[in-house]
Design a binder for this molecule. Sequence first.
Ligand code: A3P
Length: 321
Amino acid sequence: MAQTQDQSESNPPLESSVATVCEGWSTPLTLHNNYWLRSHTVSKFMLVRDNFKPRRDDIILATQPKCGTTWLKALAFTITGRGRLSFSDHPLRTDNSHNLVPFIGVQDTGGDLEHLETLPSPRLLSTHLPLSLLPPTISTVGCKVVYLCREPKDAFVSRWHFENKIITGGAPPISLDDAFGMFCQGRSPFGPFWDHYLEYWKESLARPHEVMFLRYEEMVSNPLKVVRELACFLGAPFTQEEETSGVAQQIERFCSFDSLRNLDINKTGGTDSAGGKISLQASALFRKGKVGDWVNHMTKDMGETMDRLVDHKFKGSGLEF
Ligand code: A3P
């Protein structure tokens, strides 16, 4: 069952609680430095902090899973690649954005640490890791970070659907109640989600010119505005000529939910998730793409429990949902 706010407040810190392995999602999770990572990925991700070498001109897209990673990657890839890539034979027509923007440390997406060293600058990279599991030089070298988060109830519902799509080997589906309980205890892949959000939120306040903090909801409500802001932040604002010819609108439309979802590669293609351990249909990355879908799945009580948890965790930070 889900924890109430009071129960979660009186809990000991995660690191000192007894269980360091969490069963219940599609793969087991292991607690590492206060974050729950898929157990089979821990050894790989442990290498990132000491061995990944950020460059001054890197662009790193950081997200909590299920917050719109696929979309953000498509947008950043298309914005930074405009001019040299045409829409008619654009790489996103034949490849998933997760393969075009490698996850740092994940071999299957081209993010193997040694391979990353060979990529020419400027690199466009991505991660689900919290800031505290990335090299500290991320904060000093001058690279740009774009962080995307999402209203937690919607992120949870998206996570629950996704996990049930990637379950393999005839395992029973994960119930909404069980998933909710784990999520509210912080036990979800790359969770606790609140610490993940807060680490990047604080960094964006400290270094606003280098860390952009985005919300899925603002992208949905005004995608064109976000496309323009993203282009400016990435140092590639649309020129007057581009504005006149509607390039920003083209990018926004090309990367929209319906457009990407209807590409053959995303209708019929497969992709890897969770470090290659799980295969899934690319279509699983495009479910509804709506704000507020939680009401169709969670009870009113669950919604209130999550809202109380969120209010408590983000209190005083300036971050609200
Ligand atoms: P839903 O499950 O609520 O539909 P991630 O890419 O981080 O795994 O996030 C997946 C969520 O982003 C899913 O949410 C998915 O439908 C949504 N999504 C994927 N592409 C999108 C797009 N181009 N525009 C809006 N939402 C998108």
